[in-house]
Design a protein around this ligand. Structure first.
Ligand code: ZN
Length: 55
């Protein structure tokens, strides 16, 4: 589930994972929001659990 910055309604949206890359300290996923159909990337930093959205 993602906090879609395009929908931007404070709700979690279902995201389809198109691609996923993982390194030692982060996970980078290319996702498509099921509601607005926008694609973007989500970076999740494993230490601290910070999610960065780039749509
Ligand atoms: Zn969306």
């Amino acid at each position: 589930m993602i906090d879609c910055p395009i929908c931007n309604d404070g709700k979690k949206h279902r995201g389809i994972i198109i691609k996923k890359r993982e390194s030692e300290d982060r996970v980078i996923m290319e996702v498509e929001c099921e509601d607005c159909r926008e694609r973007g990337t989500v970076k999740v930093f494993k230490f601290g659990g910070v999610e960065v959205y780039d749509f």
